[in-house]
Design a protein around this ligand. Structure first.
Ligand SMILES: [Zn+2]
Ligand SMILES: [Zn+2]
Length: 270
């Protein structure tokens, strides 16, 4: 799983992806005015480093001594460790991607419905680049890690297929966030998400709210009624004007912002 990889590999992957994206995003940018070192570059990079070097190791440790220990007693059979490992590799990868994206879809939808104040950190980006894919509030990141750990525990961590699927899913996440003017035509747009498709997930236009939740397979959005794919690019990205105005400039102030809001709500209720 992308979130359970070794911290050093994860950091190295970030650097390599950044160097590749530096060139790829210049080829055909969706937003020509977006610079590589954009306004929120330091905030997004800082968050990625914080999640990779502090939140990830801490949560991995906590999950391994709690959730995994608990699941061990109830999940004796892990599909990928047993049956699926004997399938051709390409089929293993496809199956793993499908199951993982189904989990991504519902986890993402869950955060929109029940944890918006935390997931809004991801949506507060006004310039979307590959780095925005790593812009997750530590609480949002923790929920993603928990969801993915459970799904992958049921599947089984072993096997080349699932390892390859984890890497592909992460790279695809960079691709759909990249500042690229790349759109899939019919019928491919009903099957796979493109950068154009995910840009609509980040659009300020009200018609785009709570749409395009998938990571890779847009047919999940088609099936569950959240598919949104206008021909043109969105006019703007970010939160509603009122919410965007509230976004603090600094990284730590921004991390604390939804926590403070939640605490205020709890204490006001009492
Ligand atoms: Zn979202
Ligand atoms: Zn996104």
């Amino acid at each position: 799983m992308a979130y359970l990889v070794d911290a050093e590999d994860f950091a190295l992957g970030l650097v390599v992806a950044g160097i590749i994206c530096l060139f790829v995003e210049r080829i055909r940018p969706a937003e020509k005015n977006t610079q590589y070192f954009k306004k929120d570059f330091r905030k997004e990079l800082g968050l990625a480093v914080l999640n990779a070097l502090a939140v990830l190791p801490l949560l991995t440790f906590l999950i391994s001594i709690s959730i995994i220990e608990l699941l061990k007693n109830y999940v004796p059979y892990q599909m990928f460790d047993e049956t699926l490992r004997h399938l051709p590799l390409a089929l293993q990868i496809l199956l793993a991607l499908l199951i993982m994206d189904m989990s991504t879809y519902w986890r993402h939808r869950f955060t929109h419905n029940y944890m918006w104040q935390y997931h809004a950190f991801h949506h507060s980006a006004e310039e979307i680049t590959w780095l925005t894919s790593l812009r997750l509030h530590p609480v949002d990141y923790a929920v993603a890690l928990l969801f993915d750990t459970m799904v992958l525990y049921f599947l089984g961590f072993g096997g080349q297929g699932i390892a390859a699927a984890i890497v592909i899913a992460q790279v695809y996440n960079y691709f759909t966030h990249a500042n690229l003017n790349v759109k899939f035509r019919k019928p491919l747009c009903y099957v796979l998400a493109s950068p154009h498709y995910h840009r609509w997930h980040h659009a300020t236009d009200k018609s785009a709210y709570d749409k395009n939740f998938c990571g890779i397979f847009s047919f999940l959005d088609v099936i569950f009624g959240t598919y949104h794919h206008p021909e043109e690019l969105p006019q703007a990205y970010g939160l509603s004007p009122r919410d965007q105005k509230e976004v603090p400039a600094g990284l730590f102030a921004h991390i604390l912002h939804p926590i403070k809001k939640d605490l205020r709500k709890i204490f006001r209720k009492k």
